[in-house]
Design a protein around this ligand. Structure first.
Ligand code: FAD
Ligand code: UDP
Length: 393
């Protein structure tokens, strides 16, 4: 009998497996893939280069609690992520900053002058509702079209005006020369990769792992008390309220006989080519090797679910599932797919920690059987007929 059946060995499932095992719970962690780590999984390719199988993953957070927690399972390599965008035949910094504007327009503006420039081209909006509003209200329509419109249409199959503001709001606009993609207080890559970090998280005798296993095929055969589910929420309820759309990706990997192939870790292609961005892994991992592997990302509607699609009509479908989730006792939902949230890794870890705390709090309130000198006695506060669930020695 397992205390917990955990579906999905990504950040959500692995954090909860580790936390629950640490308080003595017996956990069975299953994943339908042949590896742990979920979408953050990394491995060595045939050329011996450490790659991220499901696209580039860069760890960044403002949460000390999350960083400290993960630091128990990995050492870190300090890494500041920088991205260039290919626009009008030039490679310029994205997020748009002072240098982006000066390079693009052949100017020599100062920070104050570029602020005035943005103000002169920005469109006035009374309300910022969509991903188009976010950008045009800051940098105007021309820059929006150069950097955001095409990329977003490729990535999501939707116009920015059809997506929630939060999507493009992930990418700020700067008037200084800071060309980092993220400005979080903690930015680092696991020194030996994400998979090694997951292995360390899950190396506990209370955790059993079953790979290549879809939970639907085994749920009736495995005895467990409670479940944690981190797969797609609509699938859990057999699409009762219809399918929730998730955006998928196709990855094309290329290895070249060069130390480095492109001038930055990631190059975004808002307007040219079918792919959105190209990542060269050695920048991220710091690996020294005479060859180099890159990944091209092609966005598509069908395939493994990678991104929830933030827009009102999808939020409405999710809310129906959420109402069901609240009425499904014994199952805890966590993660990017199960809670249909465009979360980064650190946000998923934080969410898992909150779920763990809720589980602990709920169990603390439950009727408890006290073992006293080998005799099981019912503790005070247990109403008759209530099924005790915790036994404390
Ligand atoms: P997942 O990692 O998706 O894990 C869910 C697991 O559940 C999967 O392994 C799946 O196989 C399994 N599963 C699903 N259904 C079943 C079933 N029926 N039975 C058994 N198993 C099942 N975040 C960052 O912080 N920084 C980044 O740079 C970054 N880059 C990203 C780039 C890409 C291309 C993508 C797609 C995401 C990126 N993210 C990034 C987000 C990050 O991947 C997620 O926040 C995180 O991996 C989510 O963890 P999770 O456990 O919720 O889900
Ligand atoms: N985006 C864009 N142009 C860019 C970078 C981002 O239009 O050069 C938009 C696009 O809609 C993208 C979103 O901003 O999906 C969020 O970008 P981010 O780099 O955070 O995407 P992720 O790494 O999650 O795929």
């Amino acid at each position: 009998m397992y205390d917990y059946l955990i579906v999905g060995a990504g950040f959500a499932g692995s954090t909860l497996a580790e936390r629950l095992a640490s308080i003595g719970k017996k956990v069975l962690l299953i994943d339908k893939r042949n590896h742990i780590g979920g979408n953050a999984y990394d491995c060595y390719d045939d050329a011996g280069i450490l790659i991220h199988k499901y696209g580039p993953h860069i760890f960044h957070t403002n949460s000390r609690a999350v960083f400290d927690y993960l630091s128990r399972f990995t050492k870190w390599r300090q890494y500041q992520h920088r991205v260039l965008a290919s626009v009008d035949g030039q490679l310029v910094p994205i997020p748009i900053n002072l240098d982006t504007i000066n390079s693009l327009y052949g100017l020599n503006l100062t920070s104050m002058e570029v602020e005035k420039f943005f103000a002169s081209v920005a469109e006035q909006k009374t309300e910022i509702l969509t991903s188009e509003d976010v950008v045009v209200s800051k940098v105007g329509r021309e820059l929006y079209e150069k950097f955001f419109r095409g990329y977003t249409r490729k990535q999501w199959g939707l116009d920015p005006s059809e997506l929630d503001a939060a999507v493009t709001a992930r990418v700020p606009t700067r008037t200084n020369r800071d060309n980092r993609y993220f400005t979080d207080s903690y930015q680092a890559m696991p020194l030996h990769g994400f998979t090694r970090m997951f292995e360390n998280m899950l190396a506990h005798p209370n955790i059993h792992i079953l790979l290549n296993t879809d939970y639907k095929e085994v749920r009736d055969y495995i005895p467990f008390k409670e479940m944690i589910y981190s797969g797609p929420i609509d699938e859990f309820y057999d699409h009762r309220f219809g399918k929730l759309p998730y955006r998928s990706l196709r990855f094309e990997f290329e290895t070249h006989d060069v130390q480095t192939y492109q001038p930055a870790a990631v190059i975004n292609y808002p307007n040219d080519y079918a792919y959105t961005r190209v990542t060269e892994f050695k920048y991220l991992t710091g690996q020294k090797h005479h060859r180099s592997t890159l990944v091209y990302e092609f966005s598509q509607a069908e395939g493994d679910p990678y991104y929830p699609i933030p827009r009102q009509e999808n939020a409405e479908i999710y809310q129906k599932y959420q109402a069901l989730m609240n009425e499904t006792p014994g199952v805890h939902f966590c993660g990017r797919l199960a809670t249909y949230k465009y979360y980064n890794m650190d946000q998923v870890v934080a969410q898992a920690m909150t779920v763990f705390q809720k589980i602990v709090d709920a169990h603390d309130k439950e009727p408890v059987l006290y073992r006293q000198g080998g005799i099981v006695a019912v503790g005070s506060g247990v109403s008759s007929g209530t099924k005790p669930q915790l036994i404390r020695s």
